[in-house]
Every structure is written in C-alpha cells, then in structure tokens.
Design a protein around this ligand. Sequence first.
Ligand code: ADP
Length: 614
Amino acid sequence: MSDTTVEKHAFQAEIQQLLDLVVHSLYTDKDIFLRELISNASDSMEKVRHLEGTEKDIKDSGDELKISLEIDKDAKTITLTDRGIGMNREELVANLGTIAHSGTKAFLEQLKETGGSPAGLIGQFGVGFYSAFMVADKVEVFSRSWKQDAQSLRWESDGKTGYEIEEVDELPRGVKIILYLNEASEEFADDMRVKGLIERYSNFVGFPIMMDDKRLNEVEALWLKSKSEVSEEDYKEFYKFACKGFDEPAYRLHFSADAPISINALIFAPGENPEKMGFGKVDAGVALYCKKVLIDAEPKGLLPDWLRFVKGVVDSADLPLNISRETMQDSALVRKLNGVISKRIIKMFEKEANADPAKYREFYKKFERFFKEGIATDFANKDALAKLLRFESSMTDAGELCSLTDYVGRMKEGQEKIYFLVGRSRDDIESGPYIEAFKARGLEVIYFTDSVDEYVVDSLGEFDGKKLSSIRHAGVDLEDVDSGADSLSEDEITKLCEYLQNELGDGVTKVSSGKRLVDSPVIALVPEDGMSPQVRQMMKAMDENFKDEVKVELEINPRHPLVKKLSEITEGQPEVAKLVAAQLLDNALISAGLLDDARETIKRMNSLMEKAMG
Ligand code: ADP
C-alpha cells in the first residue's frame, strides 16, 4: 500500500537563510556534525525509554537501543541508524523544515539583532540536525515513527531550497540518516577519523555506538550514577581512562545538585603535582558535558585558574548543547557552575583534611602552591581557602603542621592579632631576634617559610576577623614582662636613644626602648607599609640597579649588658662608642635580612677587634 508520490516542500525562509550560513560560513568546527546527530539519536532513544513506561503498543518494542554507524569509503557516505521514536510525516516537516526548535530559533533571533551579520554568531550556536549540511551535499533521512500504524518515510534534501518526502517500504522503528559527503569533507569517510570523533565528543553517550560490530563508546558516564552504584575500582578505572590520570588520585568529589543549577560532577584531585614534575603550567582538567555529550574538554572559566590541577567531569543538563567555547566564559550559567563547584571542592579538601590530617599533610606538601595562588587571585574563595593553609609555628614541633583555625583556637585571652614571621626556614626564624619577645609572652607565631608566603599573607589580610600581623613590623604592641634583669633608668634610656639617633642619622627613623627583647641587644623593625626582605630580594634579583633606602626603627633592650655598657661609655670612650653604635645597627640589619653591603661592616669590625686587643 506504499504511496509512491513524492511530496515537494520548500524550506521556511529562515531555514534557507540558516542553511546558507551553515554551508558557506561555518567552516571552523565541522567536527561537531557527528556529535549533533548522535545527540539527537540518543535523545530520541531516551524518549523510547520513557514511552515504554506509559505506552503498551510501541513498534519494535524490545529492540536493543543502540546507534549504528556505517562508513562507505567508496561511496563517500556515512550512515547513522538509531532505534529512537522516529518521526512521522508532520514531524519531519515540523522538525526538519521549520524552526520549531530552540537552538535554531535563538540563532536566528541573534542574527536579526545584529542586523544579519553572521561573522560573530557562527559557532556560537550549534545548529543541530542542519550541521549535517556542513559536510554533506545531500542528506537522506529514513524515518519510522513508534506508532504501529505510522508510515515509513524517506526525507531528502540538498540543503539548498527545499526537501522532498515520500513513502517507502516498511522500515524498523527509528531514524536512519545517510550523509553524502561533499568534496571538502571526504576525510570523514574514514573509520579512524569517525572513531576519533566519537571518542572525543560522544564517549559517554548512554547507548552503545556500534561500528563493524564493535562498540566505540566504552566508558560509562559514572558521574550520572549514584555513589552507591559505583565501586572503588570503577572510580580508579575512570580516573585512568577518562581523565588520563597516570597516578592514584588522592581525593575525589562525586556530587549532584539541582539548585541553583543542575550539576552532576565527578572530580579527582591527583596524587602527584604535574607542575612540580617540570611540565610547566597544566591546562584545565575538568571537562564540561551536557547530558553525557562533550561541550568542551578544556573549558575556560568553568573553574578558577588555580584549580587547574583537578581532573574530571562536570555535566549540566541546563547548558545549551550548542554553547561554544567563545561564549562559554561569558555565560552566566558557567559562572554559576564555577561558583558552586569551586566551593564544593574547597569544602571537600577541608573535610578530608580534618578526617585524615596525615594524608592531607602529604597532599598539601605537593599542592600548597595552588591553594596559595587561589588566595592571591580568587577573591570569592580566599577566605575558604585560608582554612586549607598549613604551616609550622612557634608552638609546633619541627615538621609538624597546623592550620589558622588551630592557631585561633590557641590564641591567648585578649590577643587580637595573628602573629607571623616570614623567613627562609624554621631555623632562620628561630635564631633571629624577632621571635624571643613573643616566646617570652607565650604568644604563638606562625612561621611562613615558602617564598610566596609574603604575597599570600598580604592578599589574605585577616582570618576569622583577626588581622595577620608580621612581628617584623613596628607597631606591634606587647605588654610588659618582667625579665628580672636590671634595666637602664628612664633618664639613661632617653639619653642613649638620643645619642644613637644622632650617631646613626638617616639610617634610622626612630630609636626607642622596647619590651620585645629578651636576649638580643637591639632589633630593627620595618614600617608596616615597608618592603619586606623577601620582596626586596626579589626586586634585586630582577633589577641589579635596584636600590631602596632601608629605613628602620631601632628598638634597644635596656636590660642587655651590651646596651648598658654602651650607655656608660658614650662620653668616656667616644670613639669606641661610635663604632659600637654603628655595629649594633648593622647587626640588627643583618638579622632582618636587610644589609646589602657588608664592606663597611667588615672594616668596622676590624677596628673594633684591634681596639679590643688594645
Ligand atoms: P534540536 O536537537 O536542538 O531540537 P535539531 O535540528 O537537531 O534541533 O533537531 C530538530 C528536531 O528534530 C529534534 O528536536 C527532534 O524532535 C527531531 N529529530 C532530530 N533527529 C532525530 C532523530 N534521530 N530521531 C527522532 N527525532 C529527531
């Protein structure tokens, strides 16, 4: 009873316009045609699954839901067959001849807004089925809808002005599309090429994609399963094959959310830091999918840059499949994803760190630079990231690490600031003069020993409402402790300070007697807005002519024998006193890491030694 009349249709005007663009301007990303067709096939088979829940009488019910690909090298054709719901005559006309569907509509609306200039728009929208005409100059669609009494139909078009539909002999349910490749696209009549496309874009499609009786998409989209359905082994395999991980992942985060945006994510923190192995800055490792179909393997803006070391998949059903790389970064959806996911990842690290501090310490040693980069560059997350920092302090044993939260928990009553010192090493810090006053008062001092810590602390500013304060700075207020030793009198102190101020001239902004010191005679304090020794060293390394005048405040210890002696001899032995005064300042500068030129110091030392020996 097959009716052989051929029905001729003209494309809707907009479709013609669109097709013209597809064929003539859309050269850049031809690859995507297969992804688009496979997505349609997969969506359509998904619909069969749903129908099976409500409909009893579905044509070919029970057939395996799969997609088959056939390539004919000689005829230069690609044939794609699915067992989806198919389309009847009206649906063929509506779906493949008018703009009933969203992607294309949006494309054309944009086109109108920009006055019809396609340049910037091409590539911003996928064009679904019509992308077939990027690679084919003729497309045949054989379609049989799921209803038992539906016709078997053949749709054909050259993608120019119109299409025709005719009835054909009985077909199985679903759609078969034959692409007659155009001359410029003959490369796609190649098994390897097509396999490559499937692997790249459609590896996780939920239905088997078959070619020559072999399944091409092997890896399951684990991220869409619930945690209880996935074994440790599955996760490991996934990390190895899907994320190309060569190590054992240290941590993983598998979660889904519906609000404020639909997310299914499976993200791994690797066991080894690839940037530490000399490969340079790595590319983002979390790919973006929409319902198992790859949108972008290295999406910009999906995660903050400092999170480039994590690997995995983020899948959002809310994303338009046809979002392009160019618009990705500006997309409000992607920004939302970024916000939600980066917070979840930081929370995950925090939880894991609390659950197994020893494991976290090992991880931290390899990856701390990423967290620190985050604090310096990711304003929205810096406070959360601060909780991930670990360091030694004056109250930890060497090699043991603690957190800012630990520190705050140990703060003394009335202590308002978090004290820290940046130095080369624990030894370096502990042998300097700065720490002693804090030790004597039982105040904990954080030891920051990484060369970037200076910037990190600067960016952080405070933690838990408490200011981070360098003990190298002037203006740190300490209460008195009774050191037991005899001190110079107020008068003697005033006189000695005046003397030193006079002697040292421009080198010091202020000389005062302080409460900080216990064992050292003097200490050099830098102004709070001054350059730290680490920053100065950097500047010097970058610019050999770099010179800045070191200006410090000198604090003297009125209980120290050397200071007391100096106060005695300023008048009786002015020459020695002069030398000692200058030497005291240099010693303080050396301790502070601020002495640039030691030639004068050495000369003076020599004179002092001569004098000492009489
Ligand atoms: P989109 O997928 O964005 O809606 P397309 O141009 O790719 O746009 O497809 C238009 C419509 O054609 C689809 O929404 C669907 O209803 C129908 N369609 C496309 N391919 C198939 C298929 N293989 N099986 C059944 N229906 C299909």
